[in-house]
Ligand binder design. Structure first.
Ligand SMILES: [Mn+2]
Length: 201
């Protein structure tokens, strides 16, 4: 399923499909633009099918209902929710539109790259592992905010080829970038979720 959203100060396109043969995806995502911030989250449940879906959905549902909480709290609450579940990897990005700050927090392999209008890319450093319900600490990273920046967030269903960078450095709309990416990418044997966003310049 493909969706395009024009939010205030940011444009976002998303793509989400389940692994072939599964009725539900083990990936889940959420995004919202409030008066003060833009927040997005992407989770990939361990394994695939229903169990994976249950784990990623628990995390994303919590974030949907509590997105006003600070990012670190969201991560640790989602971690607590993984008890008796398969576990999940999770990335949360929050753009504070007033202070022009980007906060990034992650556990596990959700890919994330930011592109400055100059064409330079910025890749936050991911943390290993996954949310399992066991106590763990979360490291927040602050990223430089620039008008006109774009970004991609994706689950491991997309094998990101370095060649794709060129799509972002040409700075088209997220809709256009996503369409090109879908044309170029290999059909995956896993749940696949891609989010492409662009901050207005
Ligand atoms: Mn996956």
């Amino acid at each position: 399923m493909i969706e395009h959203q024009q939010l205030e100060g940011i444009e976002v396109s998303t793509y989400n499909v389940a692994k072939k043969g599964n009725w539900c995806s083990g990936d889940a995502f959420f995004l919202i633009r409030t008066e003060g911030y833009f927040l997005c989250a992407m989770a990939d449940g361990l394994g695939s099918g229903e169990e994976a879906n249950e784990a990623s959905d628990a995390a994303i549902s919590f974030i949907r209902s509590n997105h006003h909480l600070d990012v670190e709290t969201l991560m640790s609450e989602c971690n607590d929710l993984m008890w008796q579940k398969r576990g999940a990897v999770l990335t949360i990005i929050k753009l504070d539109m007033d202070t022009q700050e980007i906060i990034y927090c992650n556990v596990g392999n959700i890919g994330c790259i930011f592109y400055k209008p100059s064409g330079k890319l910025y890749r936050p450093v991911p943390s290993r592992g996954y949310l399992s319900g066991r106590k763990q600490n979360f490291r927040l990273q602050k990223l430089p905010f620039e008008k006109g920046m774009s970004f991609i967030l994706h689950s491991d269903g997309l094998d990101f080829d370095p060649y794709y960078h060129s799509l972002f450095t040409r700075m088209g709309s997220p809709k256009f970038i996503l369409q090109q990416l879908l044309d170029m990418m290999e059909i995956s044997d896993d749940d696949t979720t891609i989010m492409v966003g662009k901050i207005a310049s």
